[in-house]
Design a protein around this ligand. Sequence first.
Ligand SMILES: Nc1ncnc2c1ncn2[C@@H]1O[C@H](COP(=O)(O)OP(=O)(O)OP(=O)(O)O)[C@@H](O)[C@H]1O
Length: 307
Amino acid sequence: MAEQVMEARGLTKRYGNALAVDHVDLHLEKGQIYGLVGRNGAGKTTIIRMITAQTTPTEGTITLFGANTPKGLAAMRARTGAMVEVPSFYPYLDARQNLEYYRIQRGIPGKSAVEEALEAAGLADTGRKKFKHFSLGMKQRLGLALALMNRPDFLLLDEPINGLDPEGIVEFRNLLLRLSQERQTTILISSHILSELSNLATCYGFLDRGIMLEEISAKRLEEKCRACLELHVDDAPAASLVLERTLGTNDYEVVHPTVLRLYSHLDRPGEIARAMVEAGVTLSALESRGANLEDYFLNLIGGARHA
Ligand SMILES: Nc1ncnc2c1ncn2[C@@H]1O[C@H](COP(=O)(O)OP(=O)(O)OP(=O)(O)O)[C@@H](O)[C@H]1O
């Protein structure tokens, strides 16, 4: 069984009468890249701040690397690194000097920690360039380097991609993939744009107004968003036979006794309708479906709001 890095149960944060985070459960296993997705104000930052002990939960428990006592948690937090807001760096210092300042302040042993962190964040070649001349992408990467200085096993990043241009997003994503592959770092990354995390996250948690609507693996999400033709019929087993024998495809699933999803023949709905009619299967609807990631999330939120 994969090692559990973090588990939160019933995690709740109340500010006065407002519930910023409402009984959220979260699970992260070693090596996962967990995308925490929610619109502005959904509670992402508050969750990350509770995990990093920057704020105290009103209710609920957090377990980090198997520890859940205050003392145990404090010890395990040394194995985490976080970038919650862009840290304040000195504008007239370069990347190395800024990190060296924080290394000493945090008591991280060994000067090589700075070099290693700069290397891991793709900033090893910035030389004497002062922070004030950094692009936003470089500033974000310096924030990442700072979070990496203690070589964390578990990295928490709050909206690190926010404001980056497409090229910056790809660069940042590649850095995180490298960390995940080379060091098996477990990563929790939040974003309000689901598609920013595609090709990166291995699982997602969808958060809306403090409530965790769904935790889902990237693989399952991809399957759910795959383009298909949805067939509404009177008899799904009979329709399956038509798909297999007449149309020669196995690329379908029966999702209900009267509904099938067909992933092949997407551009040939007429052929499908004809084959069904000829076999005596009543086809009451044939719809083209397939959500992109963003639509999936919006539908999920919409569903929860109308419930
Ligand atoms: N210190 C605080 N005092 C009062 N309310 C707060 C405080 N911090 C957060 N909130 C409220 O809690 C809710 C969740 O905020 P949070 O910052 O966690 O959301 P978020 O998903 O990270 O959004 P954003 O991307 O805008 O930061 C919001 O309604 C916010 O106004």
